[in-house]
Design a protein around this ligand. Structure first.
Ligand code: HEC
Ligand code: HEC
Length: 318
């Protein structure tokens, strides 16, 4: 009898553990931290990410356009680089980028390491090069010491990108209300749940899915209507999207589907920053991606759901 009771208790504990640790079977899954990161490398990456010497005139760091305390972007439709150069495209957030299958709107960088070399060399961003940057950092004894503690070959362009990329891998927004709900907590209100149901039943989920609610495929902008014709204005090089990488006509206007985890806090929206508010962005998506005019109530519900996707990070308190 005693043993039966013990067995019963054991089974009860096991099943409640399974419930508490279990994650709902949904097309969006919780964000998870990367536990394999070396804290020293992350700290060096943090330093470099905020180091203005990575730009030609020492005026701009990565963090100048990806403001960590403001959601990891700059709030502008087009970023402003050194000397006031206009970039022609919206800066995405650097939070949760470890979940993107490729980086940049057009997917031209396969990894975060490859990405980090881009802005340093981009004339409308930092307008510099590894030769300049390595010689500036190489004159800073504390920087040199930090590098040699981690890399046999000290300060190099490659090592700079390795450190920055690992720092970015630490920028994950955990513990959002939506993720807590996925893990079995009853924390979403009726409106948020309605919004999530619409997000699935309307088909937003067919493109915005996975841990980052996006970032795992390319999508055509204007699947159900000519977005660019209706937007008016010239077609810019940035509008061509994936075509800029492949030069294949069928890739025109394809973009990496952006992750929506931080959409609630990172206006304006789309690669061209054309939608000023999240409500506008949801309306445009309904119209041009799904051929559907979503009601104002439906938009409010979806927006409420999108707000529940925002997690926490020590650098950012929404
Ligand atoms: C002048 C402002 C500016 C600076 C400085 C800048 N970025 Fe960006 N960043 C952007 C813009 C704009 C894009 C989008 C460009 C594109 O997709 O073609 C971007 C894209 C990215 C992405 C891709 C995110 C995604 O979801 O695809 C990452 C990661 C990133 N930047 C990290 C960095 C790092 C690291 C640095 C410093 C080495 C840096 N940025 C410097 C403006 C800037
Ligand atoms: C066919 C694939 C597809 C579908 C379906 C889709 N989207 Fe998108 N979504 C995209 C692409 C691609 C972009 C980027 C477009 C651009 O920048 O020009 C985007 C951008 C967005 C953005 C802006 C994010 C940012 O950071 O700028 C939001 C918000 C969004 N979608 C929400 C939704 C909602 C809500 C639905 C359903 C009503 C939906 N999407 C349906 C592919 C899709």
């Amino acid at each position: 009898m005693h043993n039966y009771l013990k067995l019963l208790l054991f089974l009860l504990i096991m099943s409640s553990d399974a419930l508490a640790g279990g994650v709902k079977n949904e097309p969006i899954q919780p964000l998870t931290a990367d536990h394999d990161l070396d804290p020293k490398l992350v700290a060096l990456g943090d330093r470099l990410f905020h180091d203005r010497r990575l730009s030609q005139d020492n005026s701009l760091s990565c963090g100048g356009c990806h403001v960590l305390s403001a959601g990891g972007a700059d709030g502008k439709a087009e970023s402003v680089g050194v000397g006031g150069a206009i970039g022609g495209i919206k800066a995405p957030t650097v939070y949760n980028t470890r979940f993107n299958f490729v980086q940049f709107w057009d997917g031209r960088a396969p990894t975060l390491e490859a990405q980090a070399a881009g802005p340093v060399h981009n004339p409308v961003e930092m307008n510099s090069n590894w030769g300049e940057v390595v010689s500036k950092l190489g004159n800073d004894p504390s920087m040199v010491a930090d590098f040699y503690a981690l890399f046999e070959d000290g300060v190099t362009g490659k090592n700079i990108t390795i450190a920055i990329a690992d720092f970015e891998r630490s920028l994950v927004m955990l513990n959002s209300r939506f993720d807590r709900w996925l893990r079995g907590r009853d924390v979403l209100n009726e409106q948020e749940l309605r919004g999530y149901r619409l997000f699935k039943s309307y088909g937003c989920i067919s493109c915005h899915q996975g841990a980052n609610a996006g970032g795992n495929m390319y999508g055509f902008m204007g699947a159900m209507g000519d977005y660019f014709e209706d937007r008016q204005g010239e077609i810019t090089p940035a509008d061509l999207g994936r075509y800029n990488v492949t030069q294949r006509t069928e890739d025109k206007h394809y973009f990496k589907v952006p992750g929506l985890r931080l959409a609630a806090v990172n206006p304006p929206y789309f690669h061209d920053g054309s939608a000023k508010t999240l409500n506008d962005a949801v309306r445009v998506m309904g119209r041009y991606q799904l051929g559907r005019e979503i009601s104002d109530d439906g938009i409010e519900d979806i927006v409420a759901f999108l707000f529940s996707l925002v997690g926490e990070h020590v650098r950012f308190k929404p």
